[in-house]
Write a protein that binds this ligand. Sequence first.
Ligand SMILES: [Mn+2]
Length: 309
Amino acid sequence: MKTTIAEIIQDHDTFEIITHEGPDEDAVGSSKALGLALVSLGKTVALVYPTPIPEHLAFTEPHEVRGIDNPEISILVDLSDEIMLQGVRPRGKVVVIDHHRTDGPHGVASWIDPERSSSAEMVYELLGEMDVKITAPIATNLYMGLFGDTGGFMHANTNERVFRMAHELIMSGADPHTIAYRIKKTKALAFYRILCTAMNRMVVRDGVFASYISNEEINAFRARPEDTSGIVEEMASLAGADLIIFLKEVHKGTVKASLRSRVADAALKTANAFGGGGHGLAAGFTAQGRPEELIHAVVEEGLKWVCRV
Ligand SMILES: [Mn+2]
């Protein structure tokens, strides 16, 4: 499939690259790296972000993103679920590059591999297939994606292939210290206010740790969307937490849940019960209701998938 996508790129001139709403390190890094690569091949490219790139992830090139009218091909990177497009409609023939578990192929060509650490890893391979020179800006973007989706080389998807790729990207000009600091050491005070609130009201039952933040609280702390991301990762640092659940009420009555687990598939199975998806150890869903009520149902479901001896 990688070869098919390389051929499609070769055979066309105009592209848009679309990634998911609330773009994370991998979404930003893999989409920008692919964009820079296509430009180096003489293609016309637009990058489309359904919601803006968070400030702390906006440091990589290209800094300006221009639109085009009628792209022949729409490449979806790091997503294969239309819900994540927030109403953005792909205008060309759809090509998908994604590492999330999904319900099947989409568009004219779809390369989906849940075994991959990140979309950045897949884009890197694709660029190799197309003989694209890995410049320092491309390497920086790919390293950002790799670093983000492996949780800074800590998650279960961190392996020999990941470190080999990191090594090669550093040799091509990615600066690991700068990238890590730009991503990790730029938290707003609102982030820690939300974290404190979540920690204070934590529900703990047999290895399931769950908490939430309401929409009123998000507004009271003047938190930007990026200030509410990464909370679940901090909760997942707690000893004894086999399944971690964080609910955030993004709009009044709309709750987004993030789940992490140390027990195989517990996060995914719990998210599935509420119509969501993701990976075995990291999943999510969106539901209607108030978080303080919903949390009990999610904990009950989670307990089914966490087997304590
Ligand atoms: Mn990703």
